[in-house]
Design a protein around this ligand. Structure first.
Ligand SMILES: Cc1cc2nc3c(=O)[nH]c(=O)nc-3n(C[C@H](O)[C@H](O)[C@H](O)COP(=O)(O)OP(=O)(O)OC[C@H]3O[C@@H](n4cnc5c(N)ncnc54)[C@H](O)[C@@H]3O)c2cc1C
Length: 420
């Protein structure tokens, strides 16, 4: 077996001898994507182990809204419905948004997308990440043949023709025929497996906060493109908004250093008073932004899904939506292995997943990167060109419907779990 060790930490692993548990499928990372994937594979005759560093948060004060939220499209919603988690997510709080208004902070051109034009009730929902994870975990806890191993850290990975051996921080040894890495952007499994990534830092930070606007948000997601980065105001059911304000490092540092009053003033100004005066409600946090793509998603006995495979600029709220489609596509490939009596760890099976997802994800990564660059420029010809593009698209209903349909997940080529 090829052996790779995690950098030495506080935990002192004991040397691997016999495995404590052996699984068909070993998933590392029980965040939104890993949990959805494990659930999609459960109850189909596979012994599944899910290793997660931190168990999900179980409860929080009513009315409190976490800073980490996701805008979920229809394909993700359908998938969560089929996994039996959507009802619980809706009960925990899912705020629909019916329109999206995007405008250029320099040229002023704008475009509005309205769900009514598609005959749809909404364009998606804003949901707290912790609510999605908890709803999935509650289902996982009832799933047959599934073992949750959490909290747990990873000390060592060995890989060989028969599968992978994970040594946990407490010395336990787990074996898996197929190892799936869903351990996020800084995936340790990807690193231990020696899979390189390509990409670049955006030299931007995304500031997240909850805010209270003076005027009603009209169940509209507002996005203004500023030369320093996009500002998004996502509507919450109680009238507040969750903001994602991406800004160059220097600008982000300035904004983070402001007190609440001055930050609120800067935010009101940056949103051009579209919702009146805006007041920040609670604390702020910031995440540095990076474009990152794994050079390959699969190797014999190993697959990467979600942010472990790709990290995208949050400007169009696509990251976890792409990750859910990875999960659905890999689960479909494993279903095929069962039907055809093929090895779930074989490249023949795993490449189906990679073929279905890698090109799609790359196209989305590059499209968002192009958007970010085009709107980051103040060069007059570029400002004029994007203004013309926005204005023309806004008037072309069929094109707008096409964009909205794709963003909503009404298009073709979706994996079975996400299909209408
Ligand atoms: C500011 C911001 C706004 C965003 N908004 C949106 C949006 O509106 N819509 C959208 O679709 N996406 C959005 N995203 C992207 C989205 O948050 C990510 O794509 C998503 O969280 C990825 O999910 P994941 O499960 O792949 O990874 P993660 O959420 O990173 O989960 C990884 C899990 O693995 C666990 N883990 C990590 N290492 C180990 C280990 N060694 N051992 C065991 N467990 C481990 C972690 O504890 C965690 O639970 C946004 C991102 C940012 C930064």
């Amino acid at each position: 077996m090829a052996r790779r060790k995690a950098s030495p930490g506080a935990d002192q692993p004991v040397p691997p001898q016999g495995a404590d548990r052996a699984f068909d499928l070993l998933v590392v990372g029980g965040g939104m994507v890993g949990a959805a994937f494990a659930l999609a594979c459960a109850g189909k005759g596979l012994a599944i182990g899910l290793v997660e560093a931190r168990p999900p948060q179980r409860d929080w004060p009513k009315g409190e809204f976490d800073l980490r939220v996701s805008a979920l499209g229809r394909a993700s919603q359908r998938m969560l419905e089929r996994l039996g988690a959507w009802g619980r997510i809706a009960a925990l709080g899912a705020s629909p948004y019916r329109r999206m208004h995007v405008w250029d902070g320099v040229g002023g051109a704008a475009i509005t997308f309205d769900s009514a034009d598609l005959g749809e009730p909404d364009l998606g929902h804003i949901v707290e990440n912790r609510a999605i994870q908890l709803a999935l975990w509650e289902r996982l806890e009832q799933a047959p043949d599934l073992t949750l191993i959490s909290p747990a850290s990873i000390a060592d990975l060995e890989r060989g023709p028969q599968g992978s051996r994970l040594v946990l921080g407490d010395g336990r040894i787990l074996e898996g025929r197929l190892l799936v890495a869903a351990d996020g952007r800084d995936s340790l499994i990807r690193e231990l497996a020696g899979i390189p990534t390509q990409g670049w830092d955006y030299d931007q930070q995304a500031i997240v906060a909850n805010v209270r606007p003076e005027q009603w948000h009209q169940e509209t997601a507002w996005q203004r493109f500023l030369p320093t980065g996009p500002l998004a105001l996502l509507p919450l059911a109680d009238g507040r908004c969750s903001i994602v304000w991406s800004a160059t490092e220097g600008r982000a540092e300035e904004l983070l250093a402001l007190d609440d009053h001055d930050f609120s003033v800067a935010l009101t100004e940056a949103s051009e008073d579209r919702l009146g005066r805006i007041r920040v409600d609670g604390h702020r946090a910031a995440v540095s932004l990076r474009l990152q793509h794994a050079e390959r998603y699969v190797e014999p006995g190993l697959a990467l899904i979600g942010d472990a495979a790709h990290a995208i600029h949050p400007l169009a709220g696509q990251g976890v939506n792409l990750g859910f489609l990875d999960a659905a596509e890999l689960a479909a490939a494993l279903d095929l292995a069962r039907v055809r009596r093929r090895d779930i760890a074989s490249l023949w099976i795993l490449r189906r997943y990679e073929r279905a997802r890698r090109g799609e994800n790359l196209a989305m990564l590059m499209a968002m990167d192009a958007f970010k660059r085009a709107f980051g420029s103040q060069l007059p010809p570029l400002v004029a060109a994007r203004g013309l593009g926005l204005a023309l698209t806004d008037r072309m209903q069929p094109l707008k419907r096409l964009f909205m349909g794709r963003a909503l997940g009404l298009g073709e080529g979706l994996p079975p779990l996400a299909r209408p």
